[in-house]
Design a protein around this ligand. Structure first.
Ligand SMILES: Nc1ncnc2c1ncn2[C@@H]1O[C@H](COP(=O)(O)OP(=O)(O)O)[C@@H](O)[C@H]1O
Ligand SMILES: [Mg+2]
Length: 239
């Protein structure tokens, strides 16, 4: 598959048309942004690391019955994916409180939540990705009926169980993550976009060291080293 014209450039990926109109080529960029792109940076090789991490995690999820947009990896930083209409809701699942949850509600950073919290945020940079209630989602027409929201929640919880287990076996605590879903030409809801240290938080089980984009957000340094460590653990055979 050859890249044709650039359809869309986001903060972390470029999407290209290809010979097949139902498919797209996603290129993972080395750019890093945080706080709605107020903070910008670049780490050579980050795109390739995220592409490999995301490919492995999507393959794992497919094995567990989660349908995804991924067809295959083309090279180190390109994937061939099914073209979908992205549902403009960022679905966030949280196992441990940190980040905006602690700031907004005053919950103690690092508190292990009594159950997995699923939240919706409006995928809209102009509005700073505000949090959404179910009624907001319906009011705005982001989904056509309430049952779709339950499907998104259930999928996020299932993804969480699979990933939490997978990373626990690799001495990483899955603190939280964000996923996006899209609807393909058959009307099927597919896990889309990416799952990577840009969109997840991982804390090392033994040291509590952060191995994700918080290293960039909080100027902790060694961003690429951390992403390499996550890939290394993802590739580790099951104990
Ligand atoms: N399979 C897909 N089909 C269509 N759009 C997709 C697909 N997967 C991801 N996208 C969209 O591609 C865009 C580029 O990704 P990214 O650079 O991460 O964007 P953003 O700046 O919004 O985070 C995003 O709007 C994302 O939702
Ligand atoms: Mg993105």
């Amino acid at each position: 598959m050859e890249k044709k014209e650039l359809l869309y450039e986001g903060k972390a990926k470029k999407l290209y048309r290809c010979e097949d109109d139902d498919l797209l080529i996603a290129e993972f960029k080395d750019d890093l942004t945080a706080f709605n792109a107020e903070k910008k940076g670049t780490e050579e090789g980050k795109g390739a690391l995220n592409c490999q991490i995301s490919t492995n995690l999507f393959n794992l999820l497919e094995k567990h019955g989660i349908k995804t947009h991924l067809i295959k990896t083309l090279d180190k930083n390109h994937q061939l994916v099914k073209k979908v209409d992205i549902i403009p809701i960022e679905v966030v699942a949280r196992n441990t409180a940190t980040g905006s949850l602690t700031k907004r509600l005053g919950i103690k950073d690092g508190l292990v939540l009594p159950f997995t919290l699923v939240e919706f945020y409006y995928k809209n940079d102009d509005l700073n990705d505000p949090i959404l209630t179910d009624d907001h989602c319906l009011l705005m027409g982001l989904v056509d009926d309430r049952s779709k929201l339950q499907i998104l929640k259930d999928k996020a919880l299932k993804i969480n169980e699979i990933l939490k287990d997978f990373f626990a076996q690799r001495d990483l605590n899955l603190i939280d993550f964000k996923v996006e879903f899209g609807i393909d030409k058959n009307g099927e809801i597919l896990l889309s976009d990416e799952i990577s240290p840009d969109s997840c938080r991982f804390w090392d089980k033994k040291t509590n060291e952060k191995l994700d984009k918080d290293r960039f957000r909080q100027n902790l340094g060694n961003v690429k080293v951390a992403y390499e460590e996550v890939l290394k653990r993802v590739l580790k055979e099951n104990k």
